[in-house]
Ligand binder design. Sequence first.
Ligand code: GTP
Ligand code: MG
Length: 149
Amino acid sequence: MERTFLAIKPDGVQRGLVGEIIRRFETKGFTLVGLKLLNVSRELAEQHYGVHRERPFFGGLVEFITSSPVVAMVWEGDGVIASARKIIGATNPLTAEPGTIRGDFGLNIGRNLIHGSDAPETAQQEVALWFKDEELVSWQPHLTPWLHE
Ligand code: GTP
Ligand code: MG
């Protein structure tokens, strides 16, 4: 089953949006299989955002993501990677559509509340980077027959 890595960034946690953000994936019908609150180390932040290492905002991004706790999650479901990106919305909250998390709650590209893996390969890498196998729980929600024909 497809899995994606999502992280509620420090701004989402500090603003008390953890429940609201989780609710959107839960009510959509996706299955939560991993969840933890953690202070992110500089090493983890630099690995996670390694693709942006040469960008001018990299230093600020690492500072921000390590500044205050993050909620790391793994969600499961058919098509969850692309669907979660739609639920999250465009990178810049000012242009993100209303109805998306960033469109509803954000103002600034450096404070865009939540991260979501952008493709199957990065989802696999990020799940493995942030979670040990034993931290992930495979379970069968009883709701499944009411969500899928
Ligand atoms: P993530 O889910 O966090 O990876 O966001 P994304 O996939 O929508 O965007 P991308 O991977 O391109 O950028 C990663 C993060 O870097 C973004 O979420 C922003 O917080 C930050 N970022 C990207 N572009 C800019 C920029 O031009 N300026 C600043 N200040 N931050 C940026
Ligand atoms: Mg990204």
